[in-house]
Design a protein. Sequence first.
Length: 151
Amino acid sequence: MKKYYFLFLISISTLISSCGKDDPSSPDPTTSVKVYTLSSVSNSKISGKVTFTKNEDGSTTVLLEINGSSTDIHPAFIYFNNATTGGEVAITLEPIDCDCESSSTIVTTLDDGTPITYEQLLKFDGHIKIHQNEDHLEIIITEGNIGVNAN
């Protein structure tokens, strides 16, 4: 009987200790991660997503993930304006290697050196385009609006 009583006390103390408030220093995942959809362009049948993650140092990790890509290495950029209007390159991202179909870039500035934060990226008037390869930048395989342009 003492054995069951002891197990009961351990179970209750574990339950109580696990029901405490969350650590206030840990980031809120709803405000530190934002995911946007990338849609197929020109019947490429390649789609994907881009994830913006706020880092502790104030930088943003931009993770591109696509599926159904070819054997090419795909250049990727964040452009000004929405995808329909188009615009100039704002941020050059790491190209996507066909083997892993993803790339990760730490962003702290636009290509012209202007600082940009995670919060500013979430409000950015822009879009992302992923291109067929370095030799055929005119061919867009997937794209998606980000920031204020996202649906």
